[in-house]
Design a protein around this ligand. Structure first.
Ligand code: NAD
Length: 288
């Protein structure tokens, strides 16, 4: 397929390279010259204008910072510019309402569109092992699947337009809560005189088992190797976790859902992000 890829940052750069590796022709556009130069060295054809990058393609993939930018790129450079009938995939993490609006506008103009946010960070984007949670019609999902499979290890149809974003923010709200809970329990065990490694050994095989403890242990030198062992560098940035928690709380309010722990997790990450937005989100253990 011929695919336009817009947004070649930390995540999009590796994803576009994996589309090339899978045999797709990739037209790349980004506002950053540096991102374009890397895309070129990875085998993409680069363009100075997004409207030109989408000419003659079968599909468009976007990986952009937020909902406002996604809306402006689709309204200004994709809808009405990419060939009618092409399949559009927004892999950015954005608010549910904007995802639904952009999909509706795309469908009204004759495109199939999915929201397909990802789980997995930069390493998974580079390695082609992302998990995609996809919102859209059966037909749109069917068309998007082949493209997504070249960039991920799992592609799951979550439901109608917006369902991918819903799955993503609910998952990340759960992750934030479970990370704070894991950190709290580890620090309390230590404070009570229990060796944290012993606590890890016990709880990771007991009902305290969870991804934050078992696969991403937030205390240096304890449990599995994780960003904690690299001074909380790399991994999933606190600033991005805060972004997802804000999206989750906005959505909870719209749906009148009760999320007391999600709200508290957002407050704690808001506080922590003031001076630590670039550290991995598990570094919140330092506040306990
Ligand atoms: P990034 O800031 O590294 O990349 C975004 C890219 O978009 C940049 O290269 C920027 O120049 C480009 N851009 C901005 N406005 C543009 C426009 N109008 N036209 C074209 N290009 C434009 O961000 P990232 O870490 O790659 O994240 C991208 C998305 O993926 C975000 O929505 C983020 O929440 C989500 N995400 C990130 C991670 C992660 O670990 N980094 C994990 C999961 C999901």
């Amino acid at each position: 397929m011929k695919i336009a890829f817009i947004g070649l940052g930390n995540m999009g750069g590796g994803m576009a390279a994996n589309l090339v590796k899978a045999g797709h022709e990739v037209n790349a556009f980004d506002l950053s010259e540096e991102a374009l130069a890397t895309a070129k060295s990875n085998g993409c054809e680069t363009f100075a204008d997004p409207g030109e990058a989408v000419q003659g393609v079968d599909g468009v993939v976007t990986m952009l910072p937020n909902g406002e930018i996604v809306k402006s790129v689709y309204e200004g450079s994709v809808i009405g510019k990419a060939p009618q009938g092409s399949v559009l995939l927004d892999c950015s993490t954005i608010d549910v309402a904007t995802a639904k609006d952009v999909s509706a506008a795309a469908e009204a103009a004759g495109y199939d569109m999915v929201d397909a946010p990802v789980s997995g960070g930069i390493a998974a984007a580079n390695g082609g092992t992302l998990t995609f949670m996809v919102g859209g019609t059966e037909k749109a999902f069917g068309r998007a699947e082949e493209v997504l499979q070249a960039m991920g290890k799992a592609v799951i149809h979550a439901g109608d337009a917006g369902a991918g974003q819903t799955a993503k923010i609910c998952n990340n709200m759960l992750l934030a809560i479970s990370m704070i809970g894991t950190a709290e329990a580890m620090k309390m065990a230590e404070r009570l005189g229990l060796d944290p490694q012993k606590f890890y050994e016990i709880s990771s095989q007991s009902s305290g088992y969870c991804w934050s403890l078992n696969a991403y242990t937030p205390m240096p030198g304890v449990g599995v190797e994780s960003p904690a062992d690299k001074d909380y560098k790399g991994g999933f940035a606190t600033g991005l976790m805060l972004k997802d928690l804000r999206l989750a709380m906005e959505a909870a309010q719209t749906a009148d859902a009760s999320t007391p722990l999600g709200a508290h997790a957002k407050e704690l990450y808001e506080q922590f992000a003031k001076d630590n937005a670039g550290l991995d989100f598990s570094a919140i253990i330092r506040t306990l």
